[in-house]
Design a protein around this ligand. Structure first.
Ligand code: 1CP
Length: 354
C-alpha cells in the first residue's frame, strides 16, 4: 500500500471529513467526457475502450475538466465495465448506447466464467493514477467502480435497460445464482478499487446508479450485504468513501449503512428528487452529503442555473444544521452531453462565491 499524500488545503477532503472547508467544494459526475470539445476531439481518434486502456489518454481526459472548470476534485476517467473486461467478460462500449455485453450472463456456467480481476490488464489505470497524483498538486483524485448490482444489471440484461427485468427476475427467481453472481462481482469491484487505491487515489466513489429500481426490502436482502462488503474490504485504506445511486430516496438510510461505521469519512450521494435536508434525516450519523443539482437545470439558461445553484447551497447548509457533517456540491447525476461547458465553469465559480 502506498503512503497516501496529504492535501490539507483541499475543501473536498475537509468537507467529507466534517472539517470546515474554506469554500463549498464542487465537482461534477461525468465532468470528464462528452460535454467537452477537447474530449470529443480525442475520442474522434480513439474508441472508448482504447481510451480506457491507455495511460496517456486516461491521464489527459481526467485533467481536462480540472483545467477548464477549477473543480475541487478530479474523477478518474474510466468506466464501470472496465474491470469486467479484465475479469474475462467480452464487452464493448458503443457510442450513444453504453456498455454492450457479448453474451449476457444468465446461468451458473456464465457466472463461473467470471474470473478474478487480472491486475495486469488494468495496469494502464494504475499507471495513470500514479501520474495524475503527481500532476494534480493540490486537487484530490477520486477513483471509482460500479457497485455489484449496477454491474449485474448490465451483465444480465446485456446492455442498458429501462426495467432491468432479466436482472430482477434472476434476483427474485434464482436467489442462489444471484448471490453467486453478486459475490463474483463484489470481488471484481474490490479488486478494481484496490488497484486504484494502491496506485494512490485520494478517495473512492461506488456508483450503484440503478439500485433505485429496487424496493427497500429487496435492496436489503439482495444487494446491501454485497455493497457493504465492498466498503468493509476497503476501509483499511482510510480514504473517504462515497456511495451514490439515482432514484434512491427510499434507500438512502440503507445505502449509508454500507459506507459508515468504518472510521473513515463516509459520503452519500443524493439525486435531485430528494432535498439534502431530507436526506440528512435519512442517513446514518456522521455522513457527509454530495449533490444534488438536477443536471437538466444546466440546459435551462443562466438565470435558472443561478437560482437553482443557490437553492442547493442553501439546502446543503440546512442539511448540515440537520446533522450532515459536510456538503459537497455536485449534480444529482452525471453531466449531460449537450451541456455547454461554459455554464459548468460559471456554475463552479458561483458555488465558490457563495
Ligand atoms: O462515447 C463515449 O465517449 C462514451 C461515453 C462515456 C463516458 C465518457 C461512457 C459510456 N462512459 C464514460 C466515462 C465514465 N463512466 C466515467 C468517467 C468520467 C466522469 O465521471 O467524468 C464514469 C464515472 C463512468 C461511470 C459509469 N458508466 C456509470 C456510473 C455513473 C452514472 O452515470 O450513473 C454508468 C452507469 C456507466 C455505464 C455507461 N458507460 C457509458 C454510458 C453512456 C453508460 C450509461 C449507459 C446507460 O444509460 O445505461
Amino acid at each position: 500500500m502506498n503512503t497516501r499524500r496529504e492535501l490539507p488545503e483541499s475543501p473536498y477532503l475537509a468537507a467529507v471529513a466534517g472539517r470546515k472547508p474554506h469554500r463549498v467544494p464542487v465537482w461534477m459526475m461525468r465532468q470528464a467526457g462528452r460535454s467537452l470539445p477537447e474530449y470529443r476531439a480525442l475520442r474522434a481518434k480513439n474508441t472508448m475502450m482504447q481510451a480506457c486502456f491507455d495511460a496517456d489518454l486516461i491521464t489527459e481526459i481526467t485533467l481536462q475538466p480540472v483545467r477548464r472548470h477549477d473543480v475541487d476534485a478530479a474523477i478518474l476517467f474510466s468506466d464501470i465495465v472496465v474491470p469486467l473486461r479484465a475479469a474475462g467478460i467480452a464487452l464493448d462500449i458503443v457510442p450513444d448506447v453504453g456498455p454492450v455485453i457479448e453474451r449476457p450472463v444468465r446461468t451458473l456456467a456464465d457466472v463461473e466464467a467470471i474470473t478474478e480481476l487480472q491486475r495486469d490488464q488494468v495496469a494502464p489505470v494504475a499507471a495513470a493514477v500514479g501520474r495524475l497524483t503527481t500532476e494534480l498538486a493540490d486537487v484530490p483524485l477520486i477513483g471509482f467502480a460500479g457497485a455489484p448490482f449496477t454491474l449485474a444489471s448490465y451483465l444480465v440484461e446485456g446492455g442498458p435497460s429501462r426495467h432491468h427485468e432479466h436482472t430482477k427476475a434472476m434476483m427474485l427467481g434464482a436467489p442462489e445464482l444471484w448471490h453467486a453472481l453478486m459475490t463474483a462481482l463484489t470481488d471484481v469491484t474490490i479488486g478494481f478499487l484496490q488497484t486504484q487505491l494502491d496506485a494512490g487515489v485520494d478517495a473512492i466513489q461506488v456508483f450503484d446508479s440503478w439500485a433505485g429500481t429496487l424496493s427497500l426490502a429487496d435492496y436489503r436482502t439482495y444487494v446491501l450485504p454485497h455493497s457493504a462488503r465492498v466498503f468493509a474490504a476497503l476501509a483499511g485504506y482510510g480514504v473517504p468513501m462515497t456511495h451514490f445511486g439515482v432514484g434512491t430516496a427510499e434507500l438512502l438510510g440503507a445505502m449509508s449503512e454500507a459506507v459508515t461505521g468504518h472510521g473513515t469519512p463516509a459520503v452519500v450521494g443524493v439525486d435531485w428528487r430528494t432535498s439534502l435536508t431530507d436526506a440528512a434525516a435519512r442517513v446514518q450519523p456522521g455522513v457527509a452529503l454530495q449533490g444534488n443539482l438536477d443536471p437538466v437545470v444546466l440546459l435551462a439558461g443562466w438565470p435558472v442555473v443561478q437560482r437553482a445553484v443557490r437553492a442547493v447551497v442553501d439546502d446543503g447548509r440546512r442539511a448540515m444544521d440537520a446533522g450532515a457533517v459536510g456538503h459537497v456540491f455536485n449534480l444529482g447525476h452525471g453531466v449531460l452531453p449537450a451541456t455547454d461547458p461554459a455554464i459548468i465553469t460559471d456554475t463552479v465559480a458561483l458555488v465558490h462565491e457563495l
